[in-house]
Design a protein around this ligand. Sequence first.
Ligand SMILES: NC(=O)c1ccc[n+]([C@@H]2O[C@H](COP(=O)([O-])OP(=O)(O)OC[C@H]3O[C@@H](n4cnc5c(N)ncnc54)[C@H](O)[C@@H]3O)[C@@H](O)[C@H]2O)c1
Length: 329
Amino acid sequence: MERKRVLITGAAGFLGSHLCDRFIKEDYHVIAMDNLITGDLQNIEHLFALENFEFSHHDVSKFVYVPGKLDYILHFASPASPIDYLKIPIQTLKVGSLGTHNLLGLAKNKKARMIIASTSEVYGDPSVNPQPEEYWGNVNPVGPRGVYDEAKRFQEAMTMAYHTFHGLETRIVRIFNTYGPRMRLNDGRVLPAFIGQALRGEDLTVFGDGSQTRSFCYVDDLVEGIYRLLLSDYAQPVNIGNPDEITISQFAEEIIKLTGTTQKVIYKDLPVDDPKQRRPDITKARALLNWEPKISRAEGLKITYAYFKSLPAEALINKEHKDFTTYNR
Ligand SMILES: NC(=O)c1ccc[n+]([C@@H]2O[C@H](COP(=O)([O-])OP(=O)(O)OC[C@H]3O[C@@H](n4cnc5c(N)ncnc54)[C@H](O)[C@@H]3O)[C@@H](O)[C@H]2O)c1
């Protein structure tokens, strides 16, 4: 039988590369697309020799052309960490809006089903906890995080419009903080930040008083949820994340224990519009997809720490980010 063909954007990134692995495992033909603005080919180079894998170096904010049939499109291209999207705000807005529009057009043309990577950030700094899909959010459009949050909200609106007006088959996954191997140590997200500090023998920096909460989902659990949602018939947004909530202070203590570092926790000012609480309500995912996370934080952190420890020493250097002016001008 002919293989199903899937286009994965953001494929050289953290989540995109794990999705490539999963679809290869399921015997799909995978077209991986990325402009490498925050991603790294090392994440997918183990797939390059496969006959059912191809890579396309392309910016999806520009017109996207893919020859041949397509069954599914997974749109995961977007800067995702605060450091990245504060550094490249315009590209972040463009990939969420123009990029999504280009890919929806492609999906319509190919009669493909498309899933978009939305985020818990659409809830902003939420006034309800845990956050159900029905909560509309509390986002500051002109704050520093607005470029990411509003791009994702627009992305959802555009996707729903293609579903409603063009009858396109669409899926929307609202992803809560996810972690695992292939995250970058210096992307500014709290988990790699703490582990990087521990590995460099620095104190762990908590922003604010540490009482703000997060809940961390291991990447394999997330990928399973995305796979099930894609193959389901549900077009409304679905939260995928781990409801096991922890304060940032407690989390820092867990990392200290895990890494055995002798450093301490230091406190700095809270960044503007930092959400005070984050916990997914996963009632829908449980009911519709029969999905819930299986991997505990202790287990997932062990695997992730082993990955970071295995990296070459230069990965530990807290170097400035790439020169983004060479991309996407
Ligand atoms: N990791 C999380 O916890 C999380 C949480 C919520 C949502 N998400 C969403 O999941 C997706 C992937 O996130 P990630 O954590 O893997 O981030 P990542 O930075 O590791 O991966 C993003 C990838 O997209 C690529 N990219 C960015 N702009 C592009 C463009 N214009 N054209 C082509 N490629 C482009 C980057 O080069 C990178 O490889 C993003 O859409 C993000 O918003 C992630």
